[in-house]
Ligand binder design. Structure first.
Ligand code: PLP
Length: 424
């Protein structure tokens, strides 16, 4: 059987066929049965927030009534969007990203996941000069969806972060500047806020890295799926601006429109042109619905205010609710736990230092009870040194209803409590 697979599928295909994290997570999300006992704390679906949904439905209704709907349904865009929409985005995003953007700096893709599948391959692998370039993840854990996006195996490099205690049962990951090494690096990638931890890398760390990367012309990819200017789930941290040497990606998913599949890449014109070539080959064209909705949302100047007035307060309240529910359940059951400071995004990253089973096994035990979480081991692509957190951590979303979070907390606490080493 395996031999046949090797014969008919490429090594990349065979690598993807092994159950990778992003597939397992999205399968869990898509296969939810709606059973009342199901507790869906695994995937990255945003919450259904009525105030936001009303705005999106209104925009959708306006489009449906517009005579241009014929074009929305019946015409292809250019591979990364028609110039008109790129101009609209450049003009609207310029003040928000403190830069003077032109349409040549803008590309639309079918989600930022799609954008990264091009960006990571565009900067890594065999180069014209015979070298092999890699993607450095300056801090792991990092977004599960990057792993396996590169056609070439062994493309990611990463070092363990510094683990800094920040309070009782709390910690934070910080950049380990001593192990920062740019040998063979084609690009750096960070998400800010970081999925899975909710960490927000200080601007001073970004600037420190750029002092090293800029002289070597190594681009810094900054994934703002949860960041500014929308959904802006960055607490009190400073926003990111665009400047040369950076490639920024924005997404419509976490504002509440994951089904629309719109990602926006902001970069220098050469990178945008290259992304356009990838998109023509991989997609022919970006989908229309997202860019048409974007035009109305930008014209009506809705998203920054929606983010600050509705989305951020909603997610911060959910975070506090989840923290209270999970810490109460853990303490009641005598669970040994630590939570990464949740500074942004909408996940909790929890470490169980005394866990006597792997986090993968914990995932399966939870799934048996219809509780879906994500095992943390997937979030360390490129890390080849021992780091106990790879086996001890899990990620869960707090985008769900209070009652579902409470049941999830209870089940998780019970399972972990019965699988703890006596002394550690
Ligand atoms: C950090 C990060 N980047 C990118 C994505 C991909 O999002 P989308 O393709 O929906 O824009 C996600 C989705 O969860 C994410 O968490």
């Amino acid at each position: 059987m395996t031999e046949t697979m090797d014969q008919i599928y490429s090594s990349w295909a065979n690598r993807l066929r092994k159950n990778q994290g992003i597939r397992s997570l999205m399968d869990d999300l898509g296969k939810a049965t709606g059973h009342p006992d199901e507790i869906l704390l695994g995937g990255g679906n945003p919450a259904h927030i009525p105030e936001a949904e009303e705005i999106f439905q209104d925009v959708f209704a306006s489009l449906a009534k517009d005579p241009n709907v014929k074009s929305l349904l019946g015409d292809y865009q250019a591979p990364i969007g028609n110039d008109h929409f790129r101009e609209v985005a450049a003009e609207y995003l310029s003040p928000l990203l403190q830069s003077n953007l032109k349409k040549e700096n803008i590309a639309f893709l079918n989600g930022s996941q799609n954008a990264y599948s091009y960006l990571l391959n565009l900067h890594s692998g065999p180069m014209a000069d015979g070298s092999f370039k890699k993607i450095l993840l300056p801090i792991v854990p990092e977004y599960i969806g990057y792993a396996d996006q590169t056609i070439n195996e062994g493309t990611f490099i990463a070092n363990p972060p510094n683990v800094v205690p920040t309070g009782k049962n709390r910690f934070r990951y910080e950049l380990d500047k001593r192990s920062f090494d740019l040998t063979d690096v084609g690009a750096l990638a960070i998400s800010r806020p970081t999925n899975p931890t909710g960490n927000i890398l200080p601007l001073s760390d970004l600037e420190w890295m750029e002092e090293k990367t800029k002289p070597k012309n190594i681009p810094l990819l900054i994934d703002l799926a949860y960041g500014n200017p929308f959904p802006n789930l960055i607490g009190n941290e400073a926003p990111i601006h665009y400047e040369s040497g950076r490639t920024i990606s924005l997404s419509f998913s976490k504002i509440g429109l994951p089904g629309v599949r719109l990602g926006i890449v902001i970069s220098d014109s050469d990178t945008i042109e290259t992304v356009s070539s990838f998109s023509a080959v991989g997609n022919l064209a970006v989908g229309n619905l997202g860019v048409y909705m974007m035009e109305l949302l930008f014209q009506r100047d809705i998203l920054p205010k929606l983010s600050i007035n509705i989305l951020r307060p909603f997610y911060e309240a959910k975070r506090d609710q989840a923290l209270a529910l999970f810490t109460t359940a853990f303490q009641k059951m005598g669970v040994d736990y630590e939570i990464h400071d949740p500074m942004g995004g909408f996940f909790l990253w929890i470490r169980f230092p005394s866990l006597s089973i792997s986090n993968q096994k914990l995932y399966h035990l939870c799934k048996d009870k219809r509780l879906f979480i994500v095992s943390g081991h997937y979030f360390f692509p490129g890390l080849n040194t021992d780091f106990s957190h790879t086996e001890e951590c899990i990620r869960l979303t707090y985008c769900r209803k209070e009652e579902e979070l409470a049941r999830g907390a209870q089940i998780l606490a019970e399972i972990v409590a019965s699988h703890q080493a006596k002394s550690k």
